[in-house]
Every structure is written in C-alpha cells, then in structure tokens.
Design a protein around this ligand. Structure first.
Ligand code: FMN
Length: 189
C-alpha cells in the first residue's frame, strides 16, 4: 500500500479488532528547552481531519509541540511499530469546546486546576493536590478552560516495522512526504 496514512489506519483497525490496549495510545516525543528528549504516553485520537492529541497548554509539552514532534506506537497484537514525524497544527477552539465536553469529570476538573497550577508543576504532596482540586472553582455551565488545547498531527515521515514475517526477516518501510506525494523506501530492519 503506497498511502502510509491509510496503511496506519488499517493496521490500527486490526489492532483494535484484536482488542489491543496499545491501539488507543501513542508515545509523544519532544525536545525540551534544555535540548533533552522527553517522551510520554498520550491518547491518540482519530478526528475527521486525521490524527490528533489533546494536551493542556500549561504543560511544557505544549510549547515543545508547536512545530514538529515524533510519535511512536507499538501494537503487540499485530506485531507492528510505527514511528512518525509530524508537523503540528493547533485544533480550532470550537473543536476543543465540543470535544472537551466528552471528557470524564476528573480530567475536566484537572483542566480547570491547571489554570491556577500548571500541569507537571510540583506540589508538596498528594493531600495538597486533592485539596487544590477540591477548591478549584468550576464555571457554570461547565465549559473548556482556555488552556485545554489539541493538536492535529500532519505526518511528514512515517516508518512502519512489521515483525510478523514467517521467515523471521522483519519488514521495514519508510515513507517520506515529498511535494504532496509519499516516497517509499525499504530499510534494513
Ligand atoms: C494510557 C495513558 C494515556 C494518557 N493520555 C494522556 C493524554 O491524552 N493527554 C495528556 O496530556 N496526558 C496523558 N497521559 C499522561 C502523560 O503521559 C503525562 O504523564 C502527562 O501528560 C504529563 O506530561 P508532561 O510532563 O510532558 O507535561 C496519559 C498517560 C497514560 C499512561
């Protein structure tokens, strides 16, 4: 298949079909202000425009994701890994306003807490955190705070590694977007 975006979607559908818990998530890799790599698990969403992630602007990863990021997925059920480098585009506020309503209660409260205390900042202990959360004022009606954000991921390179080959030789392909066309290269696995 020469369209790696469609290939990713088909492989992910197979992983979902196999009830692979990893099908829901990705690892987002960024580079921090000290030049250190940072990686964390995030839910990987399908939206009509493509792949998306939801993150809070109070977290350092928001600034780190303004231009390009790398994401990685590994689906044990189908024995496939993808490594993707993507350009990021902030999702429109209207999209966030609507999708945010679907979040469970505690993540909604946390998003409002982040308006006072940034995500990934330190507290004294868990009691202080729970106290802060309890004292966080929520607006009525409950709407998304300004810091709730999302990014559309626009892949520029996609690498697929398929371990599931009967002769034991893994199948590795890199796709590179070039002037709107995907170029395909076979790599030594
Ligand atoms: C299964 C799983 C799903 C997660 N999904 C998200 C997510 O969608 N958005 C998010 O901001 N953090 C998510 N997290 C938490 C992040 O991995 C991370 O701990 C948090 O965002 C703080 O990251 P930071 O230090 O880069 O700010 C998830 C963690 C796990 C284990």
């Amino acid at each position: 298949m020469s369209d790696p975006v469609a290939r990713f979607a088909a492989d992910r559908a197979a992983a979902r079909e196999a009830k692979d818990p990893m099908a829901a998530v990705c690892v987002l890799a960024t580079v921090d202000e000290n030049g250190m790599p940072q990686a964390r698990t995030l839910v990987l969403r399908d939206i009509p425009e493509g792949l998306a992630i939801y993150i809070n602007a109070s977290s350092p990863k928001w600034q780190q994701s303004q231009e390009r990021v790398a994401i990685q997925v590994w689906w044990p059920s189908v024995q496939i890994q993808y490594r993707i480098q993507a350009r990021c585009e902030a999702l429109p506020a209207l999209h966030i306003a609507e999708s945010w309503q679907l979040r469970p209660d505690v993540p909604k409260q946390m998003d409002w807490l982040y308006q006072q205390r940034p995500q990934s900042s330190e507290v004294n202990d868990r009691d202080e955190l729970l106290n802060l959360l309890q004292n966080t004022q929520l607006p009525a009606p409950l709407v998304a705070p300004e810091g709730a954000r999302g990014l559309l991921l626009l892949p520029e390179t996609i690498e697929r590694l398929d371990l599931n080959r009967s002769n034991g030789v893994h199948d590795r392909t890199r796709y590179v977007l070039d002037a709107g066309r995907w170029l395909e290269h076979t790599l030594i696995p």
